[in-house]
Design a protein around this ligand. Sequence first.
Ligand code: NAD
Length: 271
Amino acid sequence: MSHRILEGKRGVIFGALDDQSIAWKTAKAVADAGGKFVLTNAPVAMRMGTINNLAEETGSIVIPADATNMEDLENLVDKAVENLGGKLDFVLHSIGMSINVRKGKHYTDLNHDWMAKGWDVSAVSFHKLMQTLYKKDAMNAWGSIVGLSYIAAQRTFPNYNDMADNKAYLESIARSFGYFFGKEKKVRVNTISQSPTLTTAGKGVKGLDGFLHYAEKTAPLGNATAEDCANYTVMMFSDYTKKVTLQNLFHDGGFSNVGVSQEIIDALDQS
Ligand SMILES: NC(=O)c1ccc[n+]([C@@H]2O[C@H](COP(=O)([O-])OP(=O)(O)OC[C@H]3O[C@@H](n4cnc5c(N)ncnc54)[C@H](O)[C@@H]3O)[C@@H](O)[C@H]2O)c1
């Protein structure tokens, strides 16, 4: 599949925890397409994960950063630019976490301190990251910044809990910051709204298996896999999408525009 469309481009990839992570598959796809990058994750995740194997495989270095911490982000951006030998062309924000989801708290009984923490990690970190890149003038013109989202930002999925609100906020930040990044620096900012995917973050959502199958039977093309998402992101980082910005791009096999599929009708038909 590789066409080396990222040859000569440099970037930063957040969120590769293990080989199931969307960011992990993206790092491999970006490397195959010729891109060079720095890998990063929260220091605590690094102890749990196997990111060094990925770094070795892709010829990258790893710089830890908690995406909610401005000092960490500043250090990361400075070191990434220094190490890669110039300003950045692409950044992937592939970060999500809800303590309420993790601890099985119902949406009608949320712990609001946990809600605030999840919002900071899953949504505000996107603003913190872009503010750091913007102030340091660390992106090249026609660079591309991508965040990962989910359709629960627009439609109700009861078990997605407070992550639905975080994703709505994340998508709004992409539009708001994307305006200024576009006007002032010719950098594009988009979110990709991905199908449900079996990853560590995905598995935390109660009933994921059920709605993974529901989505599979609803989408005319079936669910998009993490590898499909990685390939789509490579295209979004490439010069083929130079004028795409401020968008929430559904990458879901068509799920978002289907009312109901014949398979679901057949499964529920009682006549
Ligand atoms: N899995 C799905 O079904 C699905 C669907 C649509 C969108 N997404 C989104 O895709 C993105 C990647 O998730 P994934 O499914 O690959 O799961 P994942 O668990 O592999 O990745 C989530 C990452 O967020 C990182 N992270 C958490 N707190 C952090 C912090 N403070 N600083 C820096 N990094 C931190 C984790 O260490 C982990 O690497 C998330 O934004 C997620 O919401 C996932």
